[in-house]
Design a protein around this ligand. Structure first.
Ligand code: NAD
Ligand code: TDX
Length: 331
């Protein structure tokens, strides 16, 4: 089986490529990635000889058509993925997330190729902090940010292409991922690398906002489960019951580094900051038999800290510029 992985040089995509080559020796991996600021070709270095990497844009219809025509399955990770960036300049979000997905859909339609579209729980908007509800596949779309609205738009395109043209596609909406190879702009790697540098973690507002954390390997195994056993045309929510407030995560990290639990810095809050995300992944578990393996968040976090400690050469080049950008916005 030949799999085309868009965005395979980014955080989740690179982990997907590693996991696929590690556990599915029959699968041939082709990566399409524009190598934006969010990508790092060195994330693929350990497997570079075993994959084909095309540096190109998912909105390039001719290139996408050719690559899709040569593969059996497409797994679509490529996206602009950071909410804070989408508030500074939404343009590339509309371009990549909406037009890129449209370009891919037209190609899989022409070639009759199976597509798995990777999306986010943020398409459902947010929940109140004291609301016991969780998102399900039936929750209405209600995105808040430029990022999440463009992801919602891409999901709706996929649904329409399934219904109107019979495209064989599945969609997954996953909660917040953590693990190796995540860009230092994101919450957990930013705080780990701040702590390695002796700086204080930066918490938006009071740190009360809740995210539902899942280890990236559990996400990617769920994606494979859906490719192999999912129903074309269906949506599956992916989550590992990992709800934590941002403050709890920061305090866990402070403890790992042997620092005082209150040694963090409150900074300017994100505009329109979603309060809480929470996933009910019963459908994926009951119908397709998936279960997360990283069920101990403290352990997963400690392993992630160890990875960043051991891979300073990987994250250091992006750190100063990322912090300068945050500092300019008071964050
Ligand atoms: P990332 O920003 O780390 O990686 C995105 C990758 O896409 C990069 O390698 C980048 O170069 C590539 N890319 C961007 N624009 C492109 C274009 N026009 N053409 C080709 N390649 C392009 O993102 P991530 O965190 O790995 O997220 C991957 C996917 O998973 C995204 O679709 C995101 O919406 C979704 N997702 C992420 C999370 C999370 O917590 N990170 C959770 C749920 C869903
Ligand atoms: O320095 C920080 N301090 C802070 O308190 C940063 C960078 C973030 N935060 C807060 C904002 C959020 O409440 O931490 C939480 C997590 O922030 P991000 O890592 O930016 O993630 P989030 O906005 O929740 O979106 C993530 O999960 C869903 C991914 O970036 C998306 O791609 C995915 O779709």
């Amino acid at each position: 089986m030949r799999v085309l992985v868009t965005g395979g040089a980014g955080f989740i995509g690179a982990n997907f490529v590693h996991a696929t080559l590690g556990r599915r020796p029959d699968v041939e991996v082709v990566v399409l990635d524009a190598l934006t600021y969010a990508a790092d070709e060195s994330s693929l270095a350990p497997v570079r000889e075993r994959i084909t990497l095309h540096v190109g844009d998912v909105t390039d219809a001719a290139l996408v058509d050719r690559l899709v025509g040569e593969c059996d399955v497409v797994v679509h990770f490529a996206a602009e993925s950071h909410n804070d960036n989408s508030l500074l300049d939404p343009t590339p979000f509309v371009q990549t997330n909406v037009l890129g997905t449209f370009t891919l859909l037209e190609a899989v339609r022409r070639h009759g190729v199976r597509l798995h579209h990777v999306s986010t729980d943020e398409v459902y908007g947010d929940l109140e902090l004291d609301d016991p509800a969780r998102f399900t596949e039936a929750t209405p779309y209600n995105p808040s940010s430029p990022y999440s609205s463009t992801k919602a738009g891409s999901d709706l395109l996929v649904r329409a292409w399934v219904r109107s043209f019979g495209v064989q596609a599945t969609i997954s909406n996953c909660s917040n991922n953590y693990g190796p190879y995540q860009h230092v702009e994101k919450f957990i790697p930013r705080q780990i690398t701040n702590l390695i540098d002796g700086e204080r973690p930066k918490v938006y507002g009071a740190g009360a906002n809740v995210r539902d954390w899942i280890h990236v390997e559990d996400h990617n195994e769920a994606v494979w489960t859906i490719i192999e056993r999912g129903q074309p045309g269906e949506t599956y929510l992916i989550g590992a019951d990992g709800e934590r407030s941002n403050l709890e995560v920061v305090q866990d990290l402070l403890e790992v580094f042997g620092r005082d639990r209150d040694d963090y810095e409150p900074v300017t809050d994100r505009a329109g900051h979603d309060l809480r995300y929470a996933i009910d992944s019963s459908r994926l578990r009951v119908e397709l038999g998936w279960e997360p393996r990283y069920t101990d968040f403290a352990d997963g976090l400690a392993r992630t800290v160890a990875w960043y400690r051991e891979h300073e050469d990987w994250w250091r080049p992006a750190k100063a510029a990322t912090e300068a950008r945050y500092a300019a916005g008071g964050q």
